[in-house]
Design a binder for this molecule. Structure first.
Ligand code: SF4
Ligand code: SF4
Length: 381
């Protein structure tokens, strides 16, 4: 193993290579996450993880990296921006109830694959400089406490919305890690929490999912409900979801630090199939074959067609009364799965109520529950 002097230069070379591969920041930390362990197990104790039982099954592997990868002495934490300057304005999409809103990170290719490829290139480079080191790469792919690791490695602070935020880069970025036995010099942790008295994300979360500073109850979070949750979406939460059909970005959109967010110029993050600006009814026309074909290589494919239809049905129910919506929902009910059928029936009921309330002729609908009134989009995009 090289001496300390050599490892400093080695780290500089790794950092430069990581930048060339599109990573905006690389920090190095050790494996001691004990300061985060109690909070994590409290969160599990409150059942805020919902149906994500794997989080309990992994036990302390998440908070003790050495149990996950024995021999690890350092963790390289990396971030890659994904906010595409090419995408339509997210607030305009949220404010148009017949449009679909998809989380910014999912408008394009599956980031897991692209980031893994880049991480493999990075470790191949490190192997040339330091042959024989051991490593494992991760990108949201194993029990890894990504945000605490990022905070310890100096990549930012964990905000009240539980996301990692850097004052000069906001929070629109993916995280990735390399666990290694290479004894690189440590970076100082990010110690200053930048939230101060701000509570914008807590106040604007459509479902009230941010229950305390940095604590998200996944069972109420639209990201969880539209992606991870397998069964029926609780009826009480459906009207609050608006037109968000895959994920939710509201707690990033309102965060003032995202004025300083970075934009990605990587063509891999450019929206595909007009997903940044598309009508709910257009997506409702997609049969399963189209869904599978259009979402080839997309993270959305993993939720499957049934959950996709469930989410769309809820959003169509939340749209103002529209004869076309009622017709399309009614025409597809017979061939729907039992779960989707229940959501279509709910959506038809909402449409009917709005029709009665506003009168078919006027077709005004009800006010749309978009809570984001003031967004802080990256200024340099
Ligand atoms: S992603 Fe949406 S629902 Fe989840 S905590 Fe953030 S604002 Fe709330
Ligand atoms: S919106 Fe305000 S409170 Fe929430 S994470 Fe951003 S700075 Fe912190």
């Amino acid at each position: 193993m090289p001496c300390m002097h050599d490892t400093t230069h080695l780290k500089d070379a790794i950092r430069q290579k990581a930048a060339n591969l599109g990573f905006a920041h690389l920090g190095v930390t050790d494996t001691d996450l004990s300061a985060y362990e109690a909070d994590y197990f409290n969160w599990l104790g409150h059942h805020y993880h919902g149906e994500m039982g794997y989080m309990v099954r992994h036990g302390v592997k998440r908070t003790r990296p050495n149990l996950l990868v024995p021999g690890t002495v350092r963790i390289l934490s990396l971030r890659m921006p994904y906010y595409s300057r090419e995408a339509a304005n997210p607030i305009e999409q949220l404010q148009q109830p017949e449009q679909a809103y998809i989380a910014r990170y999912a408008l394009n290719r599956d980031y897991h694959k692209l980031i893994r490829k880049r991480l493999k290139e990075l470790v191949a480079f490190i192997h040339q400089l330091a042959p024989g080191f051991n490593y494992r790469i991760f990108t949201d792919s194993a029990p890894v406490l990504e945000r605490p690791i990022g905070e310890k490695a100096g990549l930012g602070f964990i905000g009240k919305n539980s996301l990692l935020i850097h004052p000069r880069a906001g929070s629109w970025f993916f995280l990735a890690e390399i666990f290694t036995d290479l004894d690189l010099p440590l970076d100082p942790p990010f110690e200053k929490n930048g939230c101060g008295p701000c509570t914008a994300c807590m106040a604007e979360c459509p479902t009230g999912a941010i229950v305390a500073d940095g604590v998200v109850d996944a069972r109420r979070c639209i990201s969880y409900l539209t992606i991870e949750h397998e069964g029926d979406i609780p009826e009480a939460l459906r009207p609050l979801m608006g037109n968000r059909i895959y994920g939710c970005d509201d707690c990033q959109l309102v965060c003032p630090w995202n004025r300083f967010g970075e934009c990605s110029h990587n063509p891999a993050w450019q929206p595909r199939h007009h997903l940044d600006n598309i009508r709910l009814l257009d997506l409702w026309q997609w049969d399963e074959e189209t869904f599978l074909k259009n979402f080839e290589g997309s993270p959305i494919r993993r939720i499957g067609y049934e959950r996709w239809r469930r989410n769309l049905a809820v959003a169509l129910g939340n749209a103002p009364y529209n004869k076309e919506i009622v017709k399309n929902l009614s025409q597809t009910i017979d061939n729907a799965s039992e779960m989707v059928k229940r959501h279509i029936l709910w959506a038809l009921e909402q449409q009917q109520k709005k029709r009665e309330k506003s009168g078919e002729k006027k077709n005004r609908g009800t006010p749309f529950p978009t809570r984001v009134r003031k967004a802080h989009l990256p200024k340099d995009c």
